[in-house]
Design a protein around this ligand. Structure first.
Ligand code: PLP
Ligand code: ZN
Length: 413
């Protein structure tokens, strides 16, 4: 079966050498190898004639409403799971705690497998079907995998998942319940990543690794498109995103730029990229203006524990384009942010999910973000995905005998 190419895609451009390739099942630039991440190009003039506020009004409230801006072939049916159009909450108590004028949380934990990654996986499974694959694979610290497993189950694809040794138990359980074949690789995320790439070549599976697959970042982009539509002319000064491989912030930046180009917003907010101190190669490359140096990793924020990020160029490009900044936070600051986001904002995020809140707090304290400014933090994953870390932040329940005097004493203490 052959499918018509996506209507508005004009080609794929290498982020390193700038070469433009025709649309097709290519992963990275043949000339530049694994470093040569490709960026999907569109005919924005043609899109502008089709996509406007009036048209959007009548569309479904999920991320397929931006179809013209997605690399999706006409005629493919979308997975039935609801992806995108996640809520944005105004959280004044948390804003006060952080010391800024206005703060919003965009809760990506509301996606079908409870993380931001569903935006990418929903595109990934459609690309696999379009290109004629019946099996998909990915290497992941957890969320990309559980998301791919869930979306594959929804559309009837088989999935093989490579996870590193220390992926949190709840995420592995998600994989298994969705019927994925799970391979726990005795090694780092980087080793799992390489093994997955080799396996895809060997067995003819579709590789969902978002670091290198050009189409997946287009799914991540939809959060940027949504932020633009949800805030419109009242765009906050900053959009804060936690950073591992760099695809999420790079995608969100691209989405915001596109919405400015299409006239939905008149300015692109500044991007604040946040890494963990124990995995900060992109922060360092950003501040030294040098090529990225891979590092070892040591952080409880497993979803951003990436020592060899694949999409760092895209991340840095977009952050600079927005006149943004990057900052690193400690695990203690992340645990504190986990408590504060839950207690003052009512949103329970996993460590990488709330790292943005920790980064924003630090950026306010350092004067990078001013106290009269506003920000939206993308809470990238739900807190129940990593109970082990959540327990470190939450403390213990109070034990009590089943009678009132004991209760009174217990509460007093
Ligand atoms: C994957 C992930 C990130 C980081 O996204 P990258 O594209 O790797 O930068 C942040 N938070 C959560 C919860 C994630 O799963
Ligand atoms: Zn190239």
């Amino acid at each position: 079966m052959t499918h018509t190419p996506p209507e508005f895609v004009t080609g794929l451009q290498c982020l390193v050498c700038g070469h433009l390739y025709p649309y097709g099942n290519v992963l990275t630039c043949p000339g530049c190898g694994i470093q040569g991440i490709l960026d999907v190009q569109y005919d924005y003039n043609a899109i502008a004639a089709r996509l406007n506020a009036a048209r959007l009004k009548s569309r479904s409230f999920d991320h397929w409403r931006y179809l013209e801006l997605l690399p999706v072939s006409p005629g493919l049916s979308f997975p039935h799971l609801h992806v995108g159009w996640t809520p944005v909450y105004d959280v004044p108590c948390l804003a006060r705690n952080l010391g800024i004028a206005k703060l919003y949380l965009k809760d990506e934990g509301r996606n079908p497998t409870n993380s931001f990654k569903d935006r990418a996986s929903s595109i990934g499974v459609l690309k696999a079907i379009e290109f004629g694959f019946d099996t998909v694979a990915c290497a992941s610290t957890g969320n990309a995998a559980s998301s791919l497993a869930g979306l594959s189950a929804a559309v009837g694809l088989k999935s093989f998942i490579f996870v590193p040794d220390r992926a949190p138990e709840p995420k592995i359980t998600q994989l298994l319940i969705f019927g994925a074949t799970v391979l726990k690789v005795h090694g780092t995320y980087e080793q799992a990543f390489d093994l997955c790439r080799q396996a895809c070549e060997e067995f003819g599976w579709y590789n969902r690794n978002s670091g290198t697959n050009p189409f997946l970042v287009e799914g991540k982009k939809t959060a940027g498109l949504e932020i633009a539509e949800q805030f419109g002319k009242n765009m906050p000064d900053w959009v804060v995103v936690s950073v591992g491989d760099g695809c999420t912030i790079g995608g969100i930046g691209k989405g915001l730029q596109e919405m400015k180009r299409l006239g939905f917003i008149d300015r692109v907010p500044r991007l604040l990229g946040v890494q963990a101190e124990g995995a900060r190669p992109i922060v360092d490359a950003f501040h030294t203006n040098k090529d990225l140096m891979p590092t070892s990793t040591n952080t409880l924020a497993d979803s951003i524990a990436v020592g060899t990020p694949r999409n760092w160029r895209r991340a840095i490009q977009q952050i600079r384009l927005s006149h943004g900044e990057m900052i690193a936070v400690s695990d203690d600051e992340i645990l504190d942010a986990m408590r504060m986001t839950a207690r003052l904002g009512g949103v329970f995020g996993e460590p990488a999910g709330v790292a943005g809140v920790a980064g924003l707090k630090k950026a306010v304290a350092q004067g990078i973000v001013r106290s009269n400014e506003s920000a939206v933090v993308v809470i990238t994953g739900n807190g129940l995905k990593d109970i082990q870390s959540a327990k470190q932040a939450s403390g213990q329940p109070i034990s009590v005998e089943p009678e009132l005097t004991a209760l009174k004493n217990a509460i007093k203490r």
